[in-house]
Design a protein around this ligand. Structure first.
Ligand code: NAD
Length: 290
């Protein structure tokens, strides 16, 4: 593939730290090759103290765009020229598009999650969703769900540093969209049971279920999950978390985080190249069908 690179190729970056383990460079470059577009994607180790310079470098070198990951998703917003309404509400950006020197910040995490539901034939528009989590993934999902037309969001999280932030985001959702968002303490299991009984979808957007919390689930009582509930987990490693195991045993339809990851990449490629990336192809190539 490298033999094809000539002077017309455009560079897409990924600014994060640590980042060498990321699957994104492989996934994105497979798709650029398949689409036959003159793009290459490279990961750059960028810590917060280097972020402003990295964005200036992006302008100076004319990168077509960049992905942004931890710990830079919030801080990067202040160095950009424009933010989408979703990014304004979430307060975090994972995708920058450089259009003739104008840098716009997008967030494709929530877009990827909502698209993964749609592709799995799950219709949550006009309905209620229960979301567990209050970090980066949960914030992006909550805002995108509200913007896409989910009618009601019941958000649960433990009372940690993230809790107040998701309360703020819920406030913005209630002010700016037609969705009604309410935040509850995860310790209130009666409230969780009640929320789930009226929900179409449950989404786990916490790290509970992956290392070092692999084998754990925030839902321990299977009777909370009736079989009509769609149970999704943002985690993709392991493919089947404890939560999804419990949900399957109850007869629920389940989704892991692979769809979210692939479709958020699809949204990025659409922003940077205008093309629709063949998600089934990369899923197969990366061994995500197993
Ligand atoms: P984060 O650090 O911003 O948030 C972590 C969340 O987990 C918080 O809500 C925190 O309160 C909660 N949490 C942590 N330990 C807990 C515990 N013991 N009990 C209850 N809650 C606990 O992380 P994030 O970036 O929002 O990621 C959350 C999950 O989503 C991770 O598993 C991550 O791998 C996954 N994720 C998946 C994708 C994807 O494309 N599939 C994208 C982003 C994140």
């Amino acid at each position: 593939m490298r033999e094809n690179i000539d002077g017309h190729f455009l560079l897409i970056g990924l600014m994060a730290y640590p980042i060498r383990h990321s699957l994104s460079p492989k996934m994105q470059n497979i798709l650029y090759s398949k689409l036959d577009v003159p793009y290459v994607y490279l990961a750059f180790e960028v810590t917060q103290d280097k972020l402003e310079d990295a964005v200036k470098g992006m302008r100076a070198l004319g990168l077509r765009g960049s992905a942004v990951s931890m710990p830079n998703k919030q801080l990067v917003c202040q160095f950009l020229d424009k933010l989408t309404p979703a990014v304004e509400m979430i307060g975090a950006c994972n995708t920058i598009s450089n259009d003739d020197g104008v840098l716009t910040g997008y967030n494709t995490d929530g877009m990827g999650y909502m698209r993964s539901l749609k592709e799995a034939g799950v219709d949550v528009i006009g309905k209620k969703m229960t979301l567990i989590g209050a970090g980066g993934a949960a914030s992006a999902i909550a805002v995108q769900a509200a913007l896409d037309g989910v009618k009601e969001l019941a958000i649960f999280n433990q009372k940690d540093d993230c809790y107040d932030k998701i309360v703020e985001i819920a406030k913005r959702i209630n002010e700016k969209t037609k969705c009604k968002a309410t935040v509850y303490d995860l310790a209130d299991q009666d409230q969780l049971r009640k929320a789930l009984s009226g929900s179409t979808v449950l989404c786990n957007a916490t790290g509970v279920g992956m290392k070092p919390l692999e084998g754990q689930s925030l839902i321990t009582d299977p009777s909370m999950l009736r079989k009509e509930l769609v149970v999704s987990d943002c985690i993709y490693s392991p493919r089947k978390t404890k939560l999804l195991e419990i949900a399957e045993s109850q007869g629920c339809k389940t989704l892991n985080g692979i769809g979210m990851m692939l479709w958020q990449g699809h949204a990025q490629i659409k922003i940077w190249t205008g093309q629709d990336a063949p998600i089934d192809y990369v899923k197969e190539k990366m061994g995500f069908n197993d």
